[in-house]
Design a protein around this ligand. Structure first.
Ligand code: ATP
Ligand code: MG
Length: 178
């Protein structure tokens, strides 16, 4: 069964710049820049028919391109930090695209997403990283701001069946057009 999620790709020049943040934190497993992505809707392992229905519903989304900007770093996991991410500046276009992806999932018969949408780009997974070391890292690197970029397509990715993780494969791409 394919394991799927829809996402926005990170342009290569920005991905290259983000790799400059891969320093100064022990216990971090840094994500390869070609695997950076901003998840729109996580689907998980589904049967082929559901996968096709979701892909088709995504194809019906009509939206103009929009701009987003990464703005600063954070961590997930509180006292037991498990990931470092780059956050995303609030964007109406992004919210609309997320809603459209949710709708497509519903049309494919998938259950509603329980969690709130927290747009982010994961930069590292952490194993046994100390909370104070993560805080010091974020203090040091967290103020880095990036130029905005234009989102003119989104994609349906597959990750490794059941287990997840990269390399992610683009199964379909969906252009955004005026
Ligand atoms: P790994 O779990 O091995 O670290 P991964 O999380 O990158 O790999 P997947 O588990 O296939 O790979 O997840 C793909 C994307 O979907 C990732 O961006 C992940 O953060 C996100 N994701 C995974 N599980 C969920 C979930 N239950 N709800 C929302 N998003 C999720
Ligand atoms: Mg995962």
């Amino acid at each position: 069964m394919p394991r799927l999620f829809s996402a926005i790709e990170i342009p290569r020049p920005l991905a290259e710049r983000l790799t400059l943040l891969r320093a100064g934190l022990t216990g971090a497993r840094w994500i390869d820049p070609e695997n950076y992505h901003l998840t729109l809707r996580f689907i998980g392992d589904v049967d082929g028919m559901t996968a096709r229905d979701f892909a088709e519903a995504l194809g019906a989304i009509e939206m103009p391109p929009f701009e987003i900007r990464l703005n600063g770093l954070g961590s997930f996991g509180g006292n037991k930090p498990r990931a470092i991410f780059a956050g995303v500046a609030p964007s109406e276009g992004l919210n609309a695209l997320r809603r459209a992806n949710d709708r497509a999932a519903r049309e494919a018969g998938l259950p509603a997403e329980g969690r709130n949408f927290m747009p982010h780009v994961t930069l590292a997974r952490l194993r046994n990283a100390r909370a104070d070391a993560v805080a010091a890292y974020l203090e040091h690197q967290g103020g880095v701001f990036a130029d905005p970029f234009i989102v003119n397509r989104f994609v349906l990715y597959s990750s490794r069946d059941s287990v997840g993780g990269g390399p992610y494969v683009v199964e379909a791409a969906y252009p955004l057009e005026d």
